[in-house]
Design a protein around this ligand. Structure first.
Ligand SMILES: [Zn+2]
Ligand SMILES: [Zn+2]
Length: 307
């Protein structure tokens, strides 16, 4: 049996926000307000990823929120008018445990000539023991051919609430299958990138980890999580050529493999809780998306079916 690593441990999984902004950069909410809002919404951990401003601090310590160290970095792409850029969330280890950065350390923006040039920016963070998450490819106006050679990103954003609310972009795993079909082992994350207060707490990750920063980072790096805007996924595995997903009551379940078949089940009653798929042996990977009666999705990470 091949079980997606999100589902090998005890439930409930930790609920986390990997990308948000506060008044420390261009967000509308203070760090205290944003952390307290996430606590009210049942989050266990979050990263305050203000632009180019490193953070370790829990500004609302009474919440007990686990804060993932990190920030968001960016570079413009030289030679284009308007928005055309690379944005990346970086997530690091606790202070004093292999993380060289200091609280409130600031970083430069700048311009690069393309992804080969941006790789050096990522590599500096990888060498500093950081995970990197490629952000909002549609909002950045970077089709897959402009970021598909980047190496070392543990994940890319497949849902970004701020871009969805303001632009109708980055709604449903744009370009992800293109990278997966190339054989890349890259995971998908739902994030809020919350700037306005009503962007927060719409998309999150559910992580199979102990409640501490090193465990959460290891689980993210290993793909032991799924993403959601509402529905829950309880299990996802493959055995003897058959894939099985179990979830909270949904109106639609879709398997995706970068190929045909890509089967879909729909129920107007919104009462689907399981789907099986006998898949052909040539598939490289298989992932699943479920949608509830309100149209909110959850996305599994892939099962990688080939060695
Ligand atoms: Zn951004
Ligand atoms: Zn952002």
């Amino acid at each position: 049996m091949l079980r997606q690593p999100a589902f090998t441990g005890a439930r409930p999984l930790l609920k986390g926000a990997l990308h948000c902004h506060t008044t420390r950069s261009d967000g509308k909410g203070t760090p205290q307000e944003v952390i307290r809002l996430h606590k009210q919404q049942g989050y266990d951990f979050m990263a305050l990823t203000d632009h180019r401003l490193y953070n370790y601090e829990n500004f609302a310590p009474e919440t007990g929120m686990i804060i993932l160290p990190g920030m968001e970095i960016d570079r413009g792409i030289r030679g284009f008018e308007g928005v055309h850029c690379f944005h990346t969330v970086v997530l690091g280890r606790p202070q004093g445990e292999g993380n060289p950065f200091s609280q409130d350390q600031t970083f430069e923006t700048g311009q690069v000539d393309g992804q080969q040039d941006f790789q050096a920016v990522l590599d500096a963070f990888h060498q500093a023991n950081h995970l990197t998450l490629y952000c909002h490819p549609e909002w950045s106006n970077t089709p897959a051919r402009e970021f598909d050679q980047l190496r070392g990103n543990f994940a890319m954003e497949i849902w970004n609430s701020g871009c969805v609310v303001e632009n109708g972009l980055d709604t449903n795993a744009a370009y992800w299958d293109e990278l997966l079909m190339q054989g890349q082992r890259i995971y998908g994350c739902a994030t809020d990138d919350g700037h306005a207060m009503d962007h927060h707490c719409m998309g999150w990750v559910r992580v199979n980890a102990a409640p501490d920063v090193p465990s959460i980072l290891a689980a993210l790096e290993g793909g032991a999580f799924y993403s959601s805007c509402g529905p829950e996924i309880y299990d996802f595995y493959a055995e003897n050529g058959k894939a099985v997903v179990e979830c909270s009551p949904c109106a639609e379940i879709n398997f995706r493999c970068g190929q045909y078949p890509c089967p879909r089940t729909v129920s107007s009653a919104g009462d689907l809780t399981r789907m099986e798929f006998e898949y052909p042996p040539y598939l490289r990977y298989l992932r699943v998306t479920v949608s509830d009666a309100q149209g909110r999705r959850a996305w599994s990470n892939p099962l990688f079916l080939q060695p």
